[in-house]
Design a protein around this ligand. Structure first.
Ligand code: ADP
Ligand code: MG
Length: 243
């Protein structure tokens, strides 16, 4: 589904973000990117939708080369990629429903978005997704009145409302306790299985990655050092990734 070829990001100050990463992230599967802090996990994930501009190499989403697109074409391709952030990145003063509706923005004209007149079907779809993440009783609650776990569920609902092929999640658990972390991963797995959305998450905590992932990509110092299924990941390889 997402494929990278020799993807490299060198930051302006010369720091290596990622180096020559070539990987195929299988469609419809849940893949975790593991590795210690500074390994390049966020850099890689953000290069996929060009939140970070790669220095060289290619990114493909299906048959579309993301790294060859500009302007409108890039925006259109980004619609197919939902993104979930560690710090949620919601609009605090908007309600749950309005935040989730922003996931539909790519599908409508700017004028329509500004006046808040969304098509009825879109609203119905958003409400159904909010129900699926367990927040139906909070539709009209401002998100700044929600707990961290609830806000992350809004983040997931917003990404799903985009009807994406892929959901990328950059350390979605980092602000949450273990119980909430399981809730969030459970939801991502549920959307992955139910709608076939490919999910790729950055997760530094291997124990969580282990319980939910089909595949694992190990990064170390910006380079790919492991790719495979969980059963192929040996204790020695774990140590190599993290040491
Ligand atoms: P991870 O998400 O695995 O913790 P990152 O992708 O954030 O790793 O970082 C990879 C490397 O790139 C680290 O050495 C980090 O310090 C560096 N880095 C990240 N962002 C920038 C930046 N904007 N400018 C310079 N170096 C950066
Ligand atoms: Mg990171």
């Amino acid at each position: 589904m997402i494929r990278t070829e020799n993807l490299t990001k060198i930051y302006e100050d010369g720091t290596v973000g990622i180096r020559e990463v070539t990987t195929d992230f299988p469609a419809g599967k849940l893949t975790s990117i593991i590795g210690p802090s500074g390994a390049g996990k966020s850099t890689l994930l953000r290069c996929f939708n060009r939140l970070i501009e790669p220095t060289s190499g290619k990114v493909f989403l299906g048959d579309t080369e993301i790294t060859a697109l500009n302007g409108k074409e890039l925006l259109k391709a980004r619609r197919r990629i939902g993104f979930i952030f560690q710090q949620f990145n919601l609009v605090d003063r908007l309600t749950v429903l309005d935040n989730v509706m922003t996931g539909r923005i790519g599908y409508h004209s700017k004028a329509r978005t500004l006046t808040g007149s969304y098509p009825k079907l879109d609203v119905e779809m958003a409400v159904a997704i909010i129900d699926e993440v367990g927040l139906k009783d909070k539709l009209y609650t401002r998100v700044d009145n929600l707990s961290g776990g609830q806000q992350q569920r809004v983040g997931i609902a917003r990404a799903v409302a985009q009807e994406p092929d892929v959901i990328l999640a950059d350390e979605p658990l980092a602000s949450l306790d273990p119980k909430l972390s399981h809730q969030i991963l459970g939801l991502l797995k549920q959307f992955n299985e139910k709608y076939g959305i490919t999910v790729i998450l950055n997760i530094h905590d291997l124990e969580f990655a282990k319980q939910y992932s089909d595949f694992v990509l190990g990064l170390r110092g910006g380079a790919k050092v492991f790719w495979g299924t969980l059963s192929e990941l040996s204790p020695e390889q774990v140590e190599y990734v993290y040491k």
